[in-house]
Design a protein around this ligand. Sequence first.
Ligand SMILES: NC(=O)CC[C@H](N)C(=O)O
Length: 355
Amino acid sequence: MKTLITALWSKLTVVLVLVSLNSFAQKKANVVILATGGTIAGAASTGVQSGYTSGQVTIDAMVNAVPDITKLANIKGEQISNVGSQDMSFEIMLKLAKRIAELTQQGGLDGIVITHGTDTMEETAYFLNLVCKTDLPIVLVGSMRPSTAVSADGPLNLYNAVAVAADPNAKKRGVLLVMNDWIHSAQSLTKVSTTAVQTFMSPLNGLIGISNYGTNEFYRFPFNKYGSQSEFSVDNVTKLPRVDIIYADADMPADLVDASVEHGAKGIVIAGVGNGNMNKAGLEACERAAKKGVVIVRSSRVVTGNVGRNVEVDDDKMGFVASYDHNPQKSRILLMVALLKQRSNADLQKIFYEY
Ligand SMILES: NC(=O)CC[C@H](N)C(=O)O
């Protein structure tokens, strides 16, 4: 009798352990989706066509269009804006950063997804990577085809983005972007095609991982500083200093640099030719600007490779900063955030190496 009770008792223990393990395995993550607009929320009137309008569909309608997405996480949607990302502004980016700070400080959250147009997604992703002090996954997602298109890519992208945001392995990897199965770091990604579904690439440092129908594999952590290690903050910030980008090309008219200074730019990023170069007239105009205290960052219009100091331009003599691995649009974001505080050129150069 005693042996029977002991046997039954141990069986019951096994069953209880299995039940609790199972319920632990089924505990769903809590994910908030902050919607800002873009093609993923875009709609066209009829048929197969290229014309459409961004930012037409609400976040609730987008979530309802994705089968099984609520099996991945408990999802709450919030509409932050509903614009094509060509109209993304620093006002909306600051609103996003502040909402993320509130949500992550409240607790009980496992990850955040941000739906966004792809045109300026790299700017918002990199901005949030610099200013959001959290180790939780923040995942940007968009699509290249509107929600009404044949073979719309938005629903699977959104499914994968929620799967990444809900994944504990996505923590401490900074702001991520998930599109077309690939997981990119905000620091490395760039948009390379005006229309193709495979538009985001990470040409400098490679991918963070992949998400295949919601099954994730992570390859690496980003190499730069971000998130909780970042020294930048936008608490109480309502406006960012003006930084302009000027595109260099053959026989570039240098008065664009002077015009930018006259219009109050605190910094100018040169989308230089080759290794951050520009013609003599451009260099002279930049040197004049630097003497007036305007920060000059030499970046490049070339997609891969770093811009290093003192290669063909004497940065030490001219008082310039080299962008290192930041393309012009990310250089602009980094400089705007860094210039919220007075900093020397040496400090700014260090920042361009570290972030
Ligand atoms: N595919 C897209 O999302 C780009 C289109 C749109 N202009 C946007 O950025 O919102």
